[in-house]
Design a binder for this molecule. Structure first.
Ligand code: CS2
Length: 495
């Protein structure tokens, strides 16, 4: 019992003595969901919902897809374990609840075998292609909202439809094959943190398809459904200590478990081309209009994360819960949510916004999640336009408060410039635009608005004098005092 055993299908009989394992069949299943982007979030969210459905007797299953070389690692880990993995739910009171999940039954890697990926998507049993390709994966220019045709991979795919590289090339190749073989279309279901994520996916795919194959674009526009959805579950990056804990306490070797909070939510527009699994049986909420839920989540939870993350990383707090434990950070977050984020949301039917804000502070404070500020700050150039900058724009339009959000932008600029926190430790900027961010931030001393002039991130914010004077004032003070906490205090004091 004490020798750790490897996670795989054969060993489930033994693992069952230590934690719940799938007792449902995992062979000859309907692989009706093809999921692109099998990161921690997918494995804690959609794959978990499918696991719950399978426990209820459904035969729905997932084939995971990775499109990039970097996805080989998860492919190897999953293949080695018969696609099984442990989901470790960490409760605020210290309770740890691990469970083996078996809803993923196959995996294909686009860079290795693009034909296998297209075939999978074009199989008659495939009904849904779901996506977690991150905010940056949709290839649109945040300033204009239009598809970015400058992307070299996109240009390659347009000229060579038989050599797909990005999600757009793969989707059009598969949809073309379905249409040509007389199969029905399917549903493309975005699970990323973007407002109107389904509409956005549709717009981007159609922009691409119209250039690559206009006839196909017409068919897609008519036949494919793109439901909007709001997804939610905090899923930190797996650390070696999670693996060690499984090995030590459960004698289980899992190459890549996932940890998450107990909370889970999925609100989906009920608009599917060829039917869908009965997700409502396992707590998924189907609505006719998901927009208010999406906006609330992005502008409160995700923005709240960015507020804590970007201020916290500069101060030197390592995790989101360590930020919330700092009274100044907690009241800064609360004031931002109450004064800047919530007012522009207006009333949402059936939602108590104060209770929602309280629940966020509680979730962020979960001391066992230890969600690193680094994860939150990753790819801020793609996240902030959706989470925070849109709130600044909307508040500017109605004369609302912008000070608290603006300080977050100023802190981000300072971190990108100095790359060192206020405890003297290095800050690692993980962002596709990290070079551009650093170069722009570095000019701040001589040109205080240089950072804001990055139009692909901030749009025309630089033209708004109310914003620029607030930003310049804050940036000056940060550069002078080198203390983010002093600025936070000053702003709160003047509120
Ligand atoms: C986070 C999200 O990426 C981020 O910055 O805010 O990953 C967040 O944890 C999830 O959206 C929670 O549902």
């Amino acid at each position: 019992m004490n020798t750790p055993i490897k996670l795989n299908q054969l060993n489930l009989i033994e693992i069952e003595n230590r934690m719940p394992v799938p007792s449902y069949s995992r062979t000859n299943q309907d692989v009706d969901i093809i999921h692109i982007g099998v990161g921690g979030f997918h494995r804690a969210h959609l794959a978990y919902y499918v696991h719950l459905l399978k426990k209820e007797g459904a035969s729905t299953s997932i084939c995971g897809i990775g499109l990039r070389e970097g996805d080989r690692k998860i492919q190897d880990a999953l293949i080695n374990q018969d696609y099984l993995y442990t989901l470790i739910v960490k409760h605020p009171n210290g309770k740890i609840v691990p469970e083996v999940i078996g809803s993923i039954v196959d995996f294909e890697l686009g860079v290795e075998d693009s034909e296998a990926v297209i075939q999978r998507m074009a199989f008659s049993s495939t009904k849904i292609i779901s996506l977690t390709i991150t905010e940056g994966g949709y290839n649109f220019d945040p300033a204009t909202g239009e598809f970015n045709f400058d992307n070299l991979d996109i240009q390659h795919e347009i000229r060579n439809p038989q050599e797909p590289k990005t999600i757009f090339g793969f989707l059009t190749a598969a949809l073309k094959r379905r249409r040509d073989s007389g199969l029905p279309a399917l549903t493309i279901l975005s699970c990323d943190n973007i407002e109107h994520n389904g509409d956005m996916t549709r717009k981007m795919l159609l922009s691409f398809a119209e250039v690559q194959d206009p006839e196909l674009a017409k068919w897609i526009a008519k036949e494919v459904c793109f439901p909007n959805s709001m997804v939610d579950r905090i899923t930190p990056i797996t650390t070696p200590s999670d693996m060690d804990m499984l090995e030590k306490d459960y004698h289980l070797k899992d190459a890549w478990p996932v940890t998450c909070e107990p909370f889970i939510q999925w609100v989906v527009e009920d608009k599917f081309s060829t039917g869908r699994p009965e997700f409502e049986k396992v707590g998924v909420h189907f609505v006719s209009d998901v927009a208010p839920y999406e906006k609330m989540k992005l502008r409160m939870l995700n923005a709240g994360h960015s507020v804590l993350g970007l201020l916290g990383i500069l101060h030197g707090h390592p995790t989101i819960n360590s930020c919330v434990e700092d009274e100044l950070f907690a009241s800064y977050l609360q004031t931002f949510l109450d004064k800047e984020a919530a007012p522009i949301l207006g009333a949402i039917e059936g939602v108590d916004i104060i209770a929602y804000r309280e629940s966020l502070l509680e979730r962020f404070g979960n001391p066992n999640i230890k969600d690193s500020v680094n994860r939150i700050c990753m790819e801020s150039s793609a996240k902030l336009p959706k989470f925070l900058i849109s709130t600044i724009h909307e508040n500017l339009a109605v004369g609302g408060s912008i000070k608290l959000a603006t300080l977050v932008i100023a802190a981000w600029c300072y971190s990108c410039d100095k790359k060192i926190n206020q405890k003297g430790q290095p800050i690692n900027i993980t962002d596709v635009l990290s070079k551009e961010l650093h170069l722009a931030a570095k000019k701040t001393k001589s040109d205080p608005l240089a950072f804001i002039n990055q139009k692909t991130i901030f749009g025309d914010l630089y033209k708004n004098e109310f914003f620029t004077s607030c930003y310049q004032d804050q940036i000056q003070k940060i550069y002078l005092d080198n203390s983010i906490k002093k600025q936070m205090k000053e702003i709160l004091f003047n509120e």
